[in-house]
Design a protein around this ligand. Structure first.
Ligand code: FA5
Length: 340
């Protein structure tokens, strides 16, 4: 009996594959297997012999099944490891021989390219680049900029309202407030970013577009400082003379406020859908910071003053590359993007 058990155990342990093991299991543990053979003549045994045989069969069953289960689970974990190995994928491994896909390598979006150029310029002039949340509080987007709830200026920017006095920021000006609150005076900061307005889209208006805010707070800042920085910005971006005009503009957070327009570079000033046939494109509203805004952010207007501007970054990109429809910029159309 013991020989029978030993050879059955050896056969199980000698199985080289899961399939072989399964075949051995049927032979050894199945209905015609070793255990069945040992039970066959039980009827002919005495009660004592039967008890001893039963005990032996139970122990044999345990050791055969134990050997089978141990080997089975080894085969299963080997198979799993093999599968994981074959499915392993490292996207960062450079391709050795595969040709590049037909689309070729990617490139920076034209808005990002110009945004980074402007960031470099302002960093070289001592400005910090700040970031602010796209989901803003009503306080930062409006109240702290001197636009209280019932102020008609709230209608100047159609707002996507969210729950609990939150909104999608309508301009990058709330980052001015965050900059003043966090850093205090003296302050030189710019804040590029995406803004949202609930308005209908046409050749020069998007519901989602980019602005670049700028602010300088110091002692004795003048309109002369403001125009210096505006001129530096435009000559750096356009690298040639561009015709601009400055006219009075109303924004509750600046006083005096200006609108700096650029002669439309799509039509050369003769009139087109981008400039709404006027020959001019609104690009760079700006002004001296309203003392009330400084006070609300904890800055003493008797000691400090400053300027702020809110560049229409998307429109600047349109002017720089003579893009005749703002919708191209977010179209994701590769025929358009490959040109940059
Ligand atoms: C503002 O958003 C003020 N926060 C700007 C500002 C900042 C003024 C600091 C004074 C001091 P305005 O709504 O005009 O202002 O927008 C600023 C610029 O964003 C516009 O001149 C224009 O170039 C661009 N712009 C406005 N609406 C759109 C739009 N729907 N699509 C694309 N560009 C737009």
């Amino acid at each position: 009996m013991q020989d029978l058990l030993d050879s059955a155990l050896q056969r199980i342990q000698a199985s080289a594959t899961a399939e072989e093991l399964e075949a051995v299991r049927v032979e050894v543990l199945g209905r015609k297997g070793v255990l069945a053979q040992l039970s066959k003549d039980m009827g002919k045994l005495t009660a004592e012999e039967r008890a001893a045989r039963g005990k032996f069969i139970n122990t044999a069953k345990q050791s055969l099944e134990g050997a089978y289960e141990a080997l089975k689970s080894r085969f299963e974990s080997d198979a799993l490891a093999k599968r994981l190995d074959s499915e392993w994928l490292d996207l960062t491994v450079p391709s050795s021989s595969a040709p590049l896909p037909a689309t070729g390598p990617g490139s920076l979006h034209p808005i990002t390219q110009i945004q980074w150029e402007i960031e470099d310029l302002f960093r070289s002039l001592g400005f910090s680049v700040l970031d602010g949340p796209e989901v803003e509080t009503e306080h930062h987007n409006f109240d702290a900029l001197n636009i209280p709830p019932d102020h008609p200026a709230r209608d100047m920017q159609d707002t996507f309202w969210l729950e609990g006095h939150h909104l999608l920021r309508t301009h990058t000006s709330p980052v001015q407030v965050r900059g003043m609150e966090k850093l205090g005076p003296p302050l030189r900061m710019i804040a590029p970013g995406r803004v949202f307005r609930n308005e209908s889209v046409d050749a020069s208006h998007e519901h989602t577009f980019y602005q670049l805010e700028g602010m300088m707070i110091d002692r004795n800042v003048s309109v002369g400082n403001l125009t210096f920085f505006m001129k530096t910005l435009l000559s750096e971006i356009f690298k040639r003379e561009v015709t601009v005009r400055l006219r009075p503009g109303f924004f509750p957070f600046v006083e005096p406020g200006f609108e700096l327009d650029i002669e439309c570079l799509i039509c050369g000033g003769s009139g087109c859908p981008v400039c709404k046939q006027s020959g001019w494109v609104e690009l760079l509203p700006c002004g001296l910071v309203n003392p009330h805004v400084l006070r609300m952010s904890g800055i003493d207007p008797n000691e400090w003053n400053g300027f702020a501007f809110g560049l229409g970054l998307t429109r600047l990109v349109m002017m720089r590359y003579a893009i005749d429809d703002i919708r191209w910029l977010q179209s994701g159309d590769l025929r358009f993007l490959r040109q940059f």
